[in-house]
Design a protein around this ligand. Structure first.
Ligand code: GLN
Length: 607
């Protein structure tokens, strides 16, 4: 096993996760099998309890692990399936050491950060690196480890110490350290400044780690004299100094790295020259070019609780993007704060109310994502009602499906008090109820988490077609509440179809309104399994419906691979060449790819 460690210096938010995923992708393109580990030096044992508003979305894995959103980047870029143990947190390490201490495993010794915590970190890494994540047998060739935070943080000290020991233990030729840093340009002189990077490399060395490669974020490519200076002061060969200059979207990063021969530098450090081949990024390049030239917009209203921070819905945005690229449309996300659609806002802030409704009405499709708690629920219900009545394409994910059911119960069945017991435990028509897989009385551990199977009950429905007419599909879940099985018949009689259910037939997984162009809801979160070249079926359905291409897609039975590289539309990719520096530039210089209200929305450089 070979290890690539990615650390970050100077400031947070350099796009370290995207860089690490891109390095993994590049190595994969060289024919190597790649896995990854993300280290988060916080005390939470997992990301499940962390606010998406503060920390970005909680990403869910097949095994039910609730993890940092960077693992989503790895899964998407490398097309792999990680496990909960691929996300190491301080909390997890301490918990395992403390459990062992209680069991008496340390034989009377004083339990200390060094060596007990640091040993536990190293053992964890070695164990997890061996887990196959690409569907093949046996361990991968390379494990990319991303250390969260910035060098110098108090929290990451035990990890740095452990990784220093680890690099010594696995030995030269098996370990490559890539330090991601920042080279700012001061406007007054327009000069690229190396001092912050020098300092952060010095800090790294002081902690016992020596960088093999520097990856410098900057607006333009580094000038030769700047590279020479960095090389001299940081003791890193000039050819091992890479520039991650600003690009229009994150799909360019692997190409940028390849153009600077990052793979050669890494393979040399890892003694893999001759084992790996030249990188094959043909498909990736073609898709990136398609993405670059998209101009015809598809406007999707995202009716959610958090609209200030796009990281809160990162996977949903990525899934929308993958589907939009497949449909040859430029994704424009219109953020609508659910609460702004409500009557109270009409009274308190009429301008805000009008603006929210204008955005919703100006959209080609409506998406209501998952969520917890009752804030904005009424607004989401109004958005679903609007989409249903006006035949606007609609996709409801998890809570988004539940509110569509509540809306249907209220408006079509006339059950005005219908609600989810999550929001009104006393409702006389509980159409969404607490349906844990385990205990009904204990909140802890009652979430239905991870991969579960959905069987299609109606073979020719739109969702089944989008899923290639397969008889079942495995998707990831994260919820406690579900549609009340006792009310299903009543709904179906009124025209709401429950086309996908679990193996018992008691848990409703997919709803559809056959009389509507595209009105679909899923109890699961299809966004977590969407990939750049393999858009998630239900998202593809939404974008295709919103851009007038659903019939074409359904004729293809939603076979996404048939859509690329030629696509369903007529967007002909033109050849765009990289030039050193600023040939390709984004409007605000972020590393990002999703457009919001016509502007880049800054979710790429989020770490
Ligand atoms: N709050 C809802 C539930 O627990 C929906 C959860 C979600 O959207 N992820 O069932």
């Amino acid at each position: 096993m070979k290890y690539v460690l990615v650390t970050g210096g100077v400031v947070s938010g350099l796009g370290k996760g995207v860089t690490a995923s891109s390095i993994g992708l590049l190595l994969k393109a060289c024919g190597l099998r790649v896995t990854s580990i993300k280290i988060d030096p916080y005390l939470n044992t997992d990301a499940g309890t962390m606010s998406p508003f503060e920390h970005g979305e909680v990403f869910v894995l097949d095994d039910g692990g609730e993890v940092d959103l960077d693992l989503g980047n790895y899964e998407r870029f490398l097309d792999i399936k990680l496990t909960r143990d691929n996300n190491i947190t301080t909390g997890k390490i301490y918990q395992s050491v403390l459990d062992n201490e209680r069991k008496g495993d340390y034989l009377g010794k004083t339990v200390q950060v060094v060596p007990h915590i640091t040993d536990a970190i190293q053992k964890w890494i070695e164990r997890v690196a061996l887990i196959p994540v690409d569907g093949k047998e046996g361990p991968a060739d390379v494990c990319v480890i991303e250390l969260g935070g910035t060098i110098g943080d108090i929290e990451s000290m035990p990890f740095i110490e452990a990784l220093g020991q680890f690099s010594y233990h696995v030995g030269p030729g098996n370990f490559c350290l890539i330090h991601v840093s920042l080279v700012p340009v001061l406007n007054v002189v327009g000069e690229q400044k190396t001092k912050p990077t020098q300092h952060s490399v010095r800090g790294l060395r002081g902690l016992g780690l020596t960088p093999n490669i520097l990856a410098c974020r900057s607006t333009k490519a580094l000038e030769d004299n700047v590279k020479a200076k960095l090389s001299q002061f940081c003791h890193v060969a000039a050819e091992n100094i890479l520039t991650l200059y600003d690009v229009p979207n994150i799909w360019h990063i692997p190409l940028l790295l390849r153009d600077q021969k990052a793979h050669e530098a890494i393979l040399k450090e890892l003694n893999l020259i001759g084992v790996a081949r030249e990188p094959d990024l043909q498909e990736w390049t073609a898709r990136t070019r398609v993405y670059d030239i998209l101009h015809e917009p598809v406007r999707i209203a995202m009716v959610g609780k958090y609209t200030g921070l796009s990281d809160s819905y990162l996977s949903v945005l990525k899934a929308l993007l993958h589907a939009s690229v497949a449909c040859r449309r430029k994704l424009v996300v219109e953020w609508v704060a659910a609460g702004d659609l409500e009557d109270v806002t009409a009274k308190e802030a009429p301008d805000v109310y009008k603006n929210a409704w204008d955005l919703l009405k100006g959209s080609d499709g409506v998406l209501v994502p998952g969520g917890f708690g009752d804030r904005g629920v009424q607004g989401k219900i109004l958005a679903a009602k609007y989409a249903r009545e006006n035949k606007v394409p609609f996709l409801g994910v998890c809570l988004g499906m539940q509110i569509a059911v509540i809306e249907f119960a209220r408006s079509v069945l006339g059950l005005h008090d219908a609600n989810s017991t999550e929001f009104d435990p006393e409702t006389s028509y509980p159409c969404v109820i607490f349906m844990p897989e385990g205990s009904k009385t204990h909140m802890g551990g009652t979430m239905r988490l991870g991969s579960r199977r959905t069987f299609f009950k109606v073979p020719n429905c739109k969702s089944a077609k989008l899923y290639n007419n397969d008889s079942f599909v495995d998707e990831r879940h994260r919820h406690r509440y579900e549609v009340n099985p006792n009310m299903v018949q009543q709904f179906e009689n009124a025209g709401l179809s429950f086309v996908g259910r679990d193996e018992t037939g008691q848990r409703m997984e997919i709803i559809e309104l056959p009389s509507h162009p595209y009105f679909v809801g899923a109890q699961f979160h299809p966004e977590f399994k969407s990939r750049p070249g393999k858009p998630s079926a239900l998202f593809l359905g939404l974008i295709a419906a919103a851009s007038g291409q659903l019939d074409a897609v359904l004729q293809n039975y939603g076979h996404a691979s048939k859509l690329l590289p030629n696509g369903i539309g007529n967007g002909k990719p033109t050849v765009k060449t990289y030039q050193n520096g600023n040939a390709i530039k984004s409007s605000n210089g972020s590393l990002n790819g999703v457009y919001s209200n016509g502007n880049d929305n800054g979710n790429g450089a989020h770490h």
